[in-house]
Design a protein around this ligand. Structure first.
Ligand SMILES: Cc1cc2nc3c(=O)[nH]c(=O)nc-3n(C[C@H](O)[C@H](O)[C@H](O)COP(=O)(O)O)c2cc1C
Ligand code: SF4
Ligand code: SF4
Length: 310
């Protein structure tokens, strides 16, 4: 996209831009869309799992790359995306955005180092605190109201960042050497095994009613339906998308019980989406919140439509 309505300084620095993001539960999607549209209301924010992202990447010269941190690291799906399109990063200006629930040290720096290997010029980094997405672990859970405040603070940080970029000053969150030490000692040294490769640890309980929602949403194609029950493979990128959307709360990964389903829209919607999912009256459209479409699609259904069992 050609920049419109922007001050001369910023306009002179880059010609075209696109936001490319991975988002498990919607936080990173929101942050990317907000930043991209503040910088250029005509520019796109695209999910990395869609075909359009690669094509846009090859055309644009300024890329905002965004993802949620996982144990102070970049999700495997994002690392693979960077590597498998290695030739496309050469000479691109990239601004790395990492969302997180509490701390990452060098969340943005992790992708920055990889991108530099492929010839990208990393111009800056932004860390944004958002609600925690790990539905089956109690740690870091906040009340809905607190999470709304977290999102409002995140929005203000993104607005400030956009203003700074327009003035030609890129924030450098997570890009300093001390951030790297903090990320390494704070987390990566202890949890590196968890993010080293795709996981085969997803568990599906007998509560599964075979609705197929998880299989439709999984960005890795890691879930299939067999004999009216979901079954998981060994290519999970630990995004928590299926876990936060399962109407039966039947899926777990790091924990053994779903404590709270926490999709981003829960905090901006008037009604309690999670209760709606659990009751079987709300459904997410296949490519909706996480994948670039509209917000939650309210498909009012009878519980039987989901289960055929109840
Ligand atoms: C497997 C996993 C590991 C995570 N590790 C961290 C972490 O190390 N530090 C942190 O602050 N947040 C961590 N989080 C929280 C997410 O980064 C955060 O909630 C993020 O905003 C989710 O974004 P999304 O909705 O776009 O997926 C982790 C989440 C998951 C699923
Ligand atoms: S979303 Fe939940 S209930 Fe539906 S198929 Fe997947 S595991 Fe089963
Ligand atoms: S299986 Fe679930 S948590 Fe794993 S990648 Fe697919 S949607 Fe994400």
């Amino acid at each position: 996209m050609i920049f419109h309505n922007l001050p001369g300084l910023w306009k002179g620095m880059v010609k075209t831009m696109v936001g490319v993001y991975f988002s498990g539960t919607g936080n990173t999607k929101h942050c990317t869309e907000k930043l991209v549209h503040l910088l250029d209301e005509t520019a796109q924010a695209l999910p990395i799992e869609g075909e359009e992202a690669v094509e846009a990447l090859s055309r644009q010269d300024f890329i905002i790359l965004a993802y949620p941190v996982q144990y102070s690291n970049v999700p495997v799906i994002v690392r693979d995306f960077i590597k498998s399109h290695g030739a496309l990063w050469k000479n691109k200006k990239v601004f790395c955005v990492a969302t997180m629930a509490l701390f990452s040290g060098d969340g943005a720096g992790c992708s920055a180092r990889l991108l530099k290997k492929y010839g990208a010029e990393v111009v800056g980094g932004l860390h944004v605190l958002m609600p925690d997405s790990i539905c089956d672990v109690k740690l870091l859970k906040r009340s809905v109201e607190k999470n709304r405040r977290v999102i409002r603070a995140a929005d203000r940080k993104i607005e400030k960042c956009a203003e700074e970029i327009r003035q030609g000053h890129y924030p450098r969150n997570g890009l300093h050497f001390c951030d790297r030490i903090a990320g390494l000692i704070g987390q990566r040294l202890w949890f590196y095994q968890k993010t080293k490769k795709y996981s085969d640890q997803l568990k599906i309980s007998d509560a599964c009613m075979g609705c197929g929602q998880c299989a439709r949403l999984c960005p890795m194609g890691n879930l299939t339906l067999k004999d009216s029950r979901a079954s998981a493979g060994s290519r999970c990128t630990m995004c928590y998308r299926c876990i936060s959307a399962c109407p039966a709360q039947a899926i777990t990964l790091l924990g053994d019980r779903v404590v709270e389903q926490c999709p981003y829209d829960r905090y901006v919607s008037g009604e309690d989406i999670c209760q709606g999912i659990a009751a079987g009256v709300l459904q997410m459209s296949d490519q909706s919140i996480y994948c670039g479409g509209d917000r939650w699609e309210e498909e009012r259904r009878s519980p039987e439509a989901y289960t055929g069992k109840r």
